[in-house]
Design a protein around this ligand. Structure first.
Ligand code: CTP
Ligand code: CA
Length: 226
């Protein structure tokens, strides 16, 4: 890319990116979460901002610095992420859901630190809202991009998600593959479309992969009036 004249090809867009792994509290000192580092979502926010987009980053806790020029909305739980995303959604042109949202949360959050005793502890979990599924249901002019983390049968599992959630594009990765795991600076993905087509991409740095994802978003936009 020409650094003297950066390509502002996303200057037309307001984009919402979600990142990080949500934290679901058990009591005041404990939570349930997952291995997401937030790197993929932050890379998407950074590259979109550099390309001229107005970027809103709804982020679960990470150890990452917020990229320059990005509007940050910090959340912890899936429920908080759901509220923040739904508030922004009507005004957005593109939404990319890179966050690892906890599918379940403790049904009861203890007001005080749970004390140990001699018995085992059973934690009851209830389902969180599926944010991306709801975005798919309410979709109007927006381009909707999901991620899918799989450990087996990648393409079939991902195809099911793209249809069920009414997505325009799905970035699927096998998180057990070398270079594609959580916390890595690289990723190996397949990009899926609603017509069933699959584009496998080579191992890439997450910033380079982000640039490719935004290129694909532009291609989608060109092929579809929004
Ligand atoms: N997602 C979401 N809200 C949830 C769960 C997932 O918005 N409660 C989004 C993720 O941000 C991701 C996509 O849905 O973009 C797929 O997440 P994934 O965990 O791979 O799929 P699930 O639909 O949750 O199915 P499963 O975990 O059973 O594979
Ligand atoms: Ca899930």
């Amino acid at each position: 890319k020409n650094v003297l004249k950066p390509n502002k090809d996303l200057a037309w867009s307001k984009v919402l990116v979600t990142a990080g792994g949500t934290r679901e509290p058990i009591d005041p000192v404990r939570y349930i979460s997952n291995r997401s580092s937030g790197k993929m979502g932050y890379a998407l926010a950074e590259t979109a901002s550099n390309r001229g987009a107005e970027v809103y980053l709804v982020s679960a806790p990470t150890r990452l610095a917020v990229p320059d020029g990005v509007n940050i909305i910090n959340v912890e739980t899936a429920e908080q992420m759901y509220q923040a995303v739904m508030d922004l959604y009507p005004r957005m042109d593109v939404v990319i859901k890179a966050a690892a949202v906890a599918d379940y949360r403790p049904r009861v959050v203890a007001a005080q630190k749970i004390k140990k005793n001699n018995a085992d502890l059973v934690l009851e979990l209830e389902k969180n809202p599926d944010i991306l599924m709801e975005l798919g249901k309410q979709k109007k002019h927006q381009l909707l991009v999901g991620f899918a983390a799989e450990t087996e049968d990648l393409i079939n599992n991902a195809r099911e998600k793209i249809n069920k959630k009414n997505l325009d594009m799905l970035v699927a990765n096998d998180v057990t593959k070398t270079g594609a795991g959580f916390g890595s600076d690289t990723n190996v993905v397949n990009i899926l479309y609603p017509d069933g087509s699959v584009e496998p991409l080579p191992l890439m740095d997450k910033l380079a992969l982000s640039e490719v994802i935004w290129d694909k978003v532009l291609q989608l936009k060109a092929g579809k009036k929004i």
